[in-house]
Design a protein. Structure first.
Length: 180
């Protein structure tokens, strides 16, 4: 299953993206797509901090937090998550910042072509899968060479599948804090 998250402060843009991405009649088909949408980047970050996400598509200009700041935070929380920015403006400084700070995979201009955007999403997801598989194979080699332990490898795998699972918060008296 592919987990996709979209953030845009305009609900009509989110609805249009949702319809386009889940439409099985429009090629390319994105199988097993789990799609979450948010109008507020802060709420999206809360979701990213505790749920695995394969791809995030974010608007560039939003009132609370710009897309670059949002995607930079996503990168910190889940480095393997692919990131795309959508924008109606072609601010070259913003694009460079998005590439350098947030490590975006693609920049897409609004208005977008449905076929082009859906193709970009499929390409970015395929590229991300290759990067994740390369990292997994490299970790296996490091483990076999004794550079990292099986335990470190398993902790990394668990953290990528369920962000935050390896972090424990303790109370002053030694108890474990559970989040709601």
């Amino acid at each position: 299953m592919t987990n996709l998250l979209i953030v845009d402060d305009e609900a009509n843009v989110l609805n249009a993206l949702r319809r386009m991405l889940v439409n099985p009649a429009a090629a390319p088909v994105l199988p097993d797509l789990q799609l979450k949408t948010f109008t507020l980047p802060i709420e999206a970050l809360e979701h990213v901090s505790s749920h695995h996400v394969d791809l995030v598509i974010s608007d560039y200009r939003m009132p609370v937090m710009d897309g670059v700041s949002f995607l930079t935070r996503v990168k910190e929380l889940q480095p393997d998550t692919a990131r795309i920015i959508l924008s109606a403006c072609t601010d070259m400084e913003g694009i460079v910042r998005a590439i350098n700070e947030a490590g975006i995979f693609r920049f897409v201009s609004k208005p977008w072509s449905d076929v082009e955007l859906k193709t970009i999403v499929a390409q970015v997801l395929a590229h991300r899968e290759l990067l994740v598989e390369n990292r997994r194979l490299a970790d296996e080699v490091r483990c076999q060479s004794g550079l990292i332990s099986r335990q470190q490898l398993e902790l990394a795998r668990l953290e990528s599948e369920s962000p935050g699972i390896t972090r424990v918060r303790w109370t002053e008296d030694g108890g474990v804090l559970l989040e709601d």
